[in-house]
Design a protein around this ligand. Structure first.
Ligand SMILES: Cc1cc2nc3c(=O)[nH]c(=O)nc-3n(C[C@H](O)[C@H](O)[C@H](O)COP(=O)(O)O)c2cc1C
Length: 208
């Protein structure tokens, strides 16, 4: 029995293209794997604490091997519990819209909170940086424009490269990708694009 965590980062819900493809994948996945658990982390309904002075200081105390103050210790407990919730899965699905060429600030906020030394990553002179999270990933991206490899807009795409650099940094290197773009295409083209991606998502769910 495996556990899959789905992290949703579009606030557009019923209108979101990345979420529609993710739901098609998850429906098919749960039909295929009825005993697996699926947990949803909706970043727009989750109360994420600010990554403020106490939490940052806690991070630096840990990195520098110093004893945290009581306030830092308290702040760190909250961070640990957010990370522990994330770090329980064998498989991860993320739906990721493009916002201003990157991804939404809620996802960045979540990443800033959970990407912590001793939890998500470690560093030693012998091993350098090491990601401590394990599992396979499906990343479902949506963008209004098109950023295909080799196109003149490719260099503007900071969404997929930065998200996947983060995944790799924390140890998640086995990544499947589905890309819904351009979502600003005329409605009939968009419908056929989305249908294709939903089919691809269902196909992927068979063996994920
Ligand atoms: C705040 C905001 C910024 C956006 N910036 C970009 C952008 O830089 N490039 C782009 O191609 N589309 C951009 N879009 C369009 C979205 O990428 C597009 O609507 C996509 O379908 C969003 O994913 P979703 O449908 O899953 O919410 C932006 C949309 C919003 C709301």
């Amino acid at each position: 029995m495996a556990k899959l965590i789905y992290v949703e980062s579009s606030p557009r819900k019923e209108r979101s293209h990345s979420i529609r493809v993710a739901r098609a994948f998850l429906d098919e996945y749960s039909n295929k794997n009825p005993l697996d658990t699926i947990e949803v982390i909706d970043l727009w309904s989750k109360a994420l604490p600010p990554f403020n002075e106490d939490r940052l200081n806690a991070k630096y105390s840990i990195m520098h091997g110093q004893a945290p103050t009581p306030a830092e210790e308290e702040a760190w407990k909250e961070i640990e519990s957010l990370f522990d919730e994330f770090n329980q899965a064998d498989k991860y699905v993320f739906s990721v819209p493009m916002w201003n060429f990157g991804f939404p600030y809620t996802l960045k906020h979540y990443i800033d909170l959970i990407t912590q030394p001793g939890l998500a990553w470690s560093h030693s002179p012998e091993e350098g940086f090491k990601g401590l999270v394990q599992g396979k990933v499906l990343a479902i991206y949506a963008a209004g424009g098109s950023y295909e490899a080799g196109s003149e807009t490719e260099a503007f795409d900071l969404q997929k490269p930065s998200f996947e650099s983060w995944l790799g940094f924390i140890g998640l290197t086995e990544v499947e990708r589905l890309v819904v773009e351009p979502t600003l295409a005329p409605p009939e083209d968009l419908q056929s694009l989305e249908n294709k991606l939903i089919d691809a998502a269902k196909q992927l769910a068979q063996s994920f």
